[in-house]
Structure formats: structure tokens, C-alpha cells
Design a protein around this ligand. Structure first.
Ligand SMILES: Cc1cc2nc3c(=O)[nH]c(=O)nc-3n(C[C@H](O)[C@H](O)[C@H](O)COP(=O)(O)OP(=O)(O)OC[C@H]3O[C@@H](n4cnc5c(N)ncnc54)[C@H](O)[C@@H]3O)c2cc1C
Length: 483
């Protein structure tokens, strides 16, 4: 349901963030409630996403966009690029051959075909055929708690905010679903109903309604499911890669799973494209697994700890739920540092790759491997040039002539921005060099605009740049000056 700011930043690079936002619901506030087990619940905390993410991202909110609508949206974007998804077509196995992959594809007619490709990526969900063919372990476990999901209409009308209720055996969320004008409810089935056979909404109505102080007038969809927490032992074997739920699954608490899968795809996508186009050496593909598996492991461990603490029956669980979580959240959101820390974590804008072989150096507070920090208006928007989806050098301040000539010789696009308060606030350093990857992460950061460092990096990864378009001229909105 929840599309995080980092995913929208990627969509901004592809040029369709605004369209996605238009189709979902921008949830600007979250409300935390407590109680409702016997009688009414009450709101204990209200949080403004806008305040939490102000100045950190062009998208300081959570977008509620149901996955089925979201998938149709992305499939249409693929189609516009001339790529047709082949439905009712199943991968049944594959093997790596010299210089490529040979896969067996079964059509819905029962016909089996051989398909040849240079690489294969298993984005085929938790029961991944690619992962199983490679015999990659998927260690972890399954939570005993049963979850429910429902799309419902409520008597008080469409509610555009996010709501969460935490209590003993209670973990429940309510989101808006624009396409149906309904609310989506997700939560834990009470333990007395979770052991036996199938249940319907009527059996849990009396439990759910008081949690959000709602009256459900219509139920469109109801299902129950169990949640797993697992991370694949490897994300790559030879010419085969894993991404998304094929590589990691965890509790939906925090709305991270799909966003992490999209992050995997973005990370792998540009690397594969550059290798296939002969614009980067094969070694760039070696950086996919270390960059993404580290984040997946820490995410699964964190969501596991949070989930266990929130729903656990122990005294510690009770303490975390009733006292610690609201207290920490309440205090943290009162201070801007705390608000920013929470936003960075939830929105995935904190994800960085400090240990990657693609990450080098530091300048100001920005290190190789960090997401390029956003320089908010009124300075020039430094995310705009990222739409080229290509390597680029950024300088915030004065450009050194020798460096400019070096970039030109390498065919590397050079983006110059006037030094601004906003750049300083973002942690960038005046006149430093930032070599930015096609996915908006800083690869090389250097205090000096060093052509030799740049050349060394380019040679190490055998990078070849596209001819840069005429250098972008950006206007500083406060001074009107062009750079
Ligand atoms: C109730 C609930 C709420 C959630 N809320 C959020 C949220 O708010 N935010 C968030 O980020 N995440 C959320 N998640 C997690 C999110 O739904 C998953 O992480 C996401 O769907 C994973 O996408 P995927 O493409 O990797 O895998 P899947 O969605 O499982 O897609 C895999 C695809 O591969 C196809 N496939 C499988 N095997 C084969 C084969 N052999 N050949 C060909 N095709 C095959 C399948 O048909 C399917 O289309 C939630 C999950 C649940 C259950």
C-alpha cells in the first residue's frame, strides 16, 4: 500500500512520479491510537509526514497506492517503452551456458519453449523458481500470528490519513484507497480465532471497529495470511540474480517490502543496462549483491525485532507497546533531528552503500555510497539532472577550468550549481566533486575537483559515458542568477 519517498525519487528520475502521486492518496498525517480491546480506543499521537520530511526529499509524505493499481501503472509504462509482459507464461527451469542463460518457458497452452538470454533475474516472488533452481537457501521463519486484510467503506466517509493501533495482540493499520474510495484495513486476527479454519469479516467486526472508532458499512474484500521473515543466502550466482520477494520477505510493518524490491530492481537495472551496452565492465555487476543483501538483512532483522516486540506477550512486549514506543515516538517527533531520523528510516532515503567497491571518498558530510542529498528550493533542484539516468559530476560552487576540460574529454556530463544555504544544509561541500551514479547515489566524493581521481575511477570500472547533452544551465531561484 505504501510507496515510500525513495521510490518516488526513482520515479522522479523516470519522469513519472507526479503521475503516480496523482493516482494514489498523499497521506500527510499518521495517527497512533491505543485501546479498543474492550470499548473505545483513543488517539495518543498525531504525526505530520510533511514536517518530518521537510527539506529532505521532494516527496515528504507517504503515498497510499494499492499494489494492483501500482502494478497496472508500471506495466503501462513498460508498454509505452515497447516492452510487453507475457502473461500465463511460466519459467520452469534454466541453466547457465557459455556466455548466456537457457531457460524453459511453459505457455498456458502447455507448450514448452527454450529462451536464450545473457542474464536472468528472478523477480518471481517468495516461491522463486530461479532461487530454487540455483538451490539458494532461504533461511528464516514464519510468524505464528494470522493477519487479515480488508477493503471497507466506513460510515464517516473517506479518510485520507494513516491510522495505526498498537495493543496487546493488536497491531492494526488503516489506509485510504483512492481507486475504490475505501479504507484498507490490515491487522492481526485475535488469537482465539487464528488457530482453526477460514474466517470472514463478520467474525472480527466487533474486534476491528473499536480499534479505529469506525463503523464498517460495506466490505469489498477480505482475506487472511501468514507472514514470513527470510533472506536468501545469495542474491547472485553467475548470470542469475534475485530481486524483490524472491530474495527477502518480512512482516508488512513499516511498508518496506515492495519498496525494497523496487530498490533492488533499480540498483540492478542500470548496472545490467550499462554492461549490455558495453558502457561498463562486468565487475560493476559484482556490486549488486553486497549493496542490496546488507540492507535486506538489516531490514528483516529490524522488522522482526519491531514486530516481535509489538505483538509479543512478554512483559517486555507489553512495555514496548504501551510505554516505550509511544514515548520514544512522541519525544522524537517533537524535535527536528528526531523527526528527520524517523523520516529517513521509513522513507528509505537513509539507504546507503558505504562498503561497496563503487563507493569512494568523502566531501563535507557526504560519503561515497550515500544517496545524493536533495538541495531544496529556492536553490536549483539538484535532482532534475538525474533524469538523464546516467553518470554525472556535480559541483556546488565554482568549476575549475582544468576539471571542466577533464570531464569534457571523458564525455562526462558536468552539472554546476551555485553554492547555496540549501547545499550547505544538505551536507555538501563547496567546490567539491561528487560523481553521481545513474541511480542517484554518490560514487566518488572528493574535496578537490580531481581529474586524476575521476579518471582512476572510470578506468577501474571501464566506464564509457554517452555524449553529454549541452551542459545544463540552472537558475538560482532566490538570486535569479544562472550557473
Ligand atoms: C498485506 C500486505 C501488505 C503489504 N504492504 C506493503 C507496503 O505497504 N509497502 C511495501 O513496500 N510492501 C508491502 N508488502 C510487501 C509487498 O507486497 C511485497 O514485498 C511485493 O509484492 C513483492 O513484489 P515482488 O514483485 O518481488 O513479488 P510478487 O509480488 O510475489 O510477484 C512475483 C511475480 O512473479 C510471478 N511468478 C512466480 N513464479 C513464476 C514463474 N515460475 N514464472 C513466471 N512468473 C512467476 C508471480 O505470478 C508474480 O506475478 C505488503 C505485503 C502484504 C502481504
Amino acid at each position: 500500500m505504501v510507496v515510500q519517498a525513495r521510490t518516488l525519487e526513482f520515479y522522479g528520475q523516470y519522469g513519472f512520479a507526479d503521475e503516480a502521486i496523482e493516482q494514489g492518496v498523499v497521506a500527510e498525517n499518521a495517527h497512533v491510537r491505543r485501546g479498543g480491546e474492550s470499548g473505545k480506543s483513543r488517539e495518543i499521537l498525531s504525526i505530520s509526514f510533511k514536517e518530518m520530511g521537510a527539506g529532505l526529499s521532494p516527496y515528504p509524505f507517504a503515498l497510499a497506492y494499492p499494489q494492483d493499481d501500482h502494478e497496472r501503472f508500471l506495466i503501462k509504462k513498460l508498454k509505452d517503452l515497447g516492452c510487453e509482459v507475457q502473461w500465463k507464461t511460466k519459467l520452469t527451469g534454466f541453466s547457465e551456458q557459455e556466455g548466456g542463460v537457457s531457460a524453459q518457458i511453459e505457455r498456458d497452452t502447455g507448450r514448452v519453449e527454450e529462451a536464450e538470454s545473457e542474464y536472468i533475474c528472478g523477480c518471481d516472488g517468495a516461491h522463486s523458481c530461479v532461487r530454487e533452481t540455483l538451490r539458494i537457501g532461504f533461511p528464516g521463519g514464519t510468524y505464528e500470528q494470522l493477519f487479515y486484510v480488508a477493503d471497507v467503506k466506513i460510515a464517516r466517509g473517506f479518510d485520507r490519513d494513516l491510522h495505526i493501533n498498537l495493543g496487546e495482540h493488536i497491531l492494526a493499520l488503516m489506509f485510504p484507497v483512492r481507486s475504490s474510495g475505501m479504507q484498507r484495513l490490515i491487522g492481526l486476527v485475535p488469537p482465539e480465532l487464528s488457530g482453526g479454519g477460514s474466517i470472514d469479516f463478520e467474525e472480527i467486526r466487533g474486534h476491528v471497529e473499536p480499534l479505529f472508532d469506525i463503523q464498517v458499512t460495506q466490505v469489498n474484500w477480505f482475506a487472511t495470511y501468514r507472514v514470513h521473515h527470510r533472506v536468501a543466502e545469495k542474491f547472485r550466482v553467475g548470470r542469475a540474480f534475485l530481486a524483490g520477494d524472491a530474495a527477502h520477505i518480512h512482516s508488512p510493518v513499516g511498508g518496506q517490502g515492495m519498496n525494497t524490491g523496487i530498490g533492488d530492481a533499480v540498483n540492478l537495472g542500470w548496472k545490467l543496462a550499462q554492461v549490455l551496452q558495453g558502457r561498463a565492465g562486468n565487475s560493476i555487476l559484482d556490486t549488486y549483491e553486497p549493496e542490496r543483501i546488507g540492507f535486506a538483512r538489516s531490514l528483516v532483522a529490524t522488522t522482526d525485532r519491531a514486530f516481535t516486540a509489538m505483538v509479543g506477550e512478554s512483559l517486555t512486549g507489553e512495555f514496548t507497546r504501551r510505554i516505550l514506543a509511544p514515548l520514544v515516538f512522541g519525544v522524537a517527533t517533537r524535535f527536528s533531528l528526531g523527526r528527520h531520523a524517523i523520516f529517513r528510516t521509513i522513507s528509505q532515503t537513509r539507504i546507503h552503500y558505504p562498503d561497496s567497491s563503487l563507493s569512494e571518498g568523502a566531501a563535507g558530510d557526504v560519503h561515497g555510497g550515500d544517496r545524493l542529498p536533495w538541495t531544496a528550493a529556492p536553490a536549483a533542484d539538484n535532482f532534475r539532472p538525474l533524469r538523464s539516468l546516467d553518470w554525472q559530476a556535480h559541483v556546488y560552487g565554482e568549476i575549475d577550468k582544468e576539471f571542466e576540460a577533464g570531464c569534457s574529454k571523458l564525455g562526462l556530463a558536468l552539472q554546476a550549481f551555485a553554492w547555496s544555504e540549501s547545499a550547505k544544509h544538505a551536507g555538501l561541500r563547496q567546490d567539491a566533486l561528487y560523481l553521481v551514479r545513474p541511480d542517484g547515489y554518490v560514487a566518488l566524493a572528493s574535496v578537490e575537483q580531481s581529474v586524476s581521481k575521476l579518471r582512476g575511477f572510470v578506468e577501474r570500472f571501464q566506464l564509457r559515458f554517452k555524449e553529454p547533452a549541452a551542459q545544463t544551465r540552472l537558475k538560482n531561484e532566490s538570486t535569479g542568477e544562472e550557473t
